[in-house]
Design a protein around this ligand. Structure first.
Ligand code: HEM
Length: 393
């Protein structure tokens, strides 16, 4: 560059030796000098840049490590293969920031989580949901709507009080919203996105995520309510065995095994809702408040103690989150399958059933056919002096 400047100086006439007309050429000469200097500078900068900023295309091939130094001199004079191998295998280093999890640069279980979630979990879940819908459609095609065999009597009996229906619909509506928004998180990008486009999908998914976060609390409240209201009616007893032995009278027209307030099928739904709902709530809580729980380490330790298994109990916080996420999806799909069957039988599948959760009043003939022992219990308590049932009209 200095040479270029000197060359340039030689070309510029000396101030003392310039003759007439030199004045008029002075501006042009300075301009030329400036342009020249600019080009010289631009050409010189890359040449002056530090060598390590321009790695050779293949340092190993172009330099021989004859002296034991790492070719290219990019990592100092020592090979860091061991260091990077340890990092790749998830070894945690130390960091000075409060979030100590940042000390783990590569967490391979994250890749496992991703491939399980987007692979088998998503695939088998979709089969389970579609399978349940197909099964219910087949059942409807073969059995048709379960009618009130004796027709509507015109008299009704109170099946569920207002607070019971409130608890049910709090649970039901929050669950349905959680199910739809949750399924969108899992499948929306494959199903909705191509149809409605990125902008609408982004908006819907964001709103869905807010709903999913906040309605989780309504679901938990509904779950506690129905547990407290109905647990005593859902304890198994001998009538359930008879009911189950007769297949609930569902498959054969006109056969109705005796049942109390809830029959064995409903008791099964109740306990599935309570247990899967609890598991869903716990894993959902762990996802809502990440890195504050270690449910899986604790559960695995208990399972090991009981069954003598060897499940890992020293799980990293991020592994806890990954297991929570997988478990939450699996349990949510299982409960959705159960609820699809429940919605079917509580609406199109059985004449007169919806009234129980609609107005709370069911037809007396429906009640006698499906819950004969319960009708006896209720009417015995309400029997007037003449012994006639005082069912509401
Ligand atoms: C549109 C959705 C739904 C409809 C139409 C519906 C309908 C009904 C009906 C009619 C009953 C009363 C049955 C009877 O008289 O014996 C009932 C009970 C019940 N529902 Fe729902 N329900 C729905 C959603 C849900 C959801 C999402 C849950 C839980 C997450 C749920 C949990 C229960 C439970 C535990 C019972 C008591 C046990 C039983 O009858 O199976 N329901 N539902």
């Amino acid at each position: 560059m200095r040479k270029a400047v000197e060359t340039c100086r030689e070309q510029v006439p000396d101030r003392n030796t310039r003759g007439h007309g030199a004045q008029s050429h002075r501006g042009a000469a300075f301009l030329k000098l400036a342009v020249f200097l600019l080009f010289a500078f631009l050409l010189a900068v890359p040449a002056l840049a530090p060598a390590q900023a321009q790695p050779t295309s293949n340092p190993v091939a172009s330099e021989s490590p004859a002296d034991g130094h790492v070719p290219g001199n990019t990592l100092g004079t020592a090979s860091d293969a061991d260091l990077w191998r340890a990092v790749r295998q998830g070894v945690a280093g130390n960091v000075s920031i409060p979030d100590k999890k940042a000390g783990t640069l590569v967490q391979s279980e994250g890749e496992l989580w991703r491939s399980l979630r987007n692979g088998p979990v998503a695939l088998y879940s979709s089969w389970a949901l579609i399978g349940m819908i197909v099964l219910l459609a087949l059942f409807f095609a073969l059995r048709g709507r379960i009618r009130i065999d004796h027709g509507r009597s015109g008299a009704t009996i109170t099946r569920f009080a207002g607070y019971e229906r409130f608890g049910h619909w709090l649970l039901a509506l929050s669950f349905l919203t959680l199910a739809v928004t949750g399924l969108n998180i899992m499948y929306g990008r494959y199903v909705l996105l191509p149809i409605i486009g990125g902008e609408a999908f982004g908006f819907i998914t964001l709103m869905g995520k807010y709903l999913h976060n906040y309605l989780a609390f309504a679901f938990m409240a509904g779950l506690v309510m129905i547990f407290l209201m109905w647990v005593r009616h859902n304890l198994p007893d001998r009538t359930d065995l008879v009911w189950l032995a007769k297949g609930g009278g569902i498959f054969v027209k006109g056969s109705h095994p005796p049942a109390k307030k809830f029959n064995a099928g409903q008791k099964a739904i109740f306990w599935l809702v309570i247990l899967l709902g609890l598991s869903l709530s716990v894993s959902g809580w762990a996802l809502l408040f990440p890195f504050t729980t270690d449910f899986f380490s604790g559960t695995f330790a208990a399972v090991n103690a009981v069954f003598g298994t060897d499940l890992p109990t020293a799980l990293a916080p991020i592994q806890e989150q990954q297991l929570n996420s997988l478990w939450h999806s699996v349990v949510a799909v299982a409960l959705t399958c159960v609820i699809l069957a429940h919605i079917y039988i509580g609406s199109v599948g059985m004449e007169g059933a919806f009234d129980a959760m609609g107005s709370g009043e069911v037809d007396l003939n429906w009640a006698k056919e499906h819950h004969s022992i319960w009708v006896e219990e209720v009417t015995a308590g309400e029997r007037g002096p003449a012994g006639a049932p005082q069912a509401a009209e």
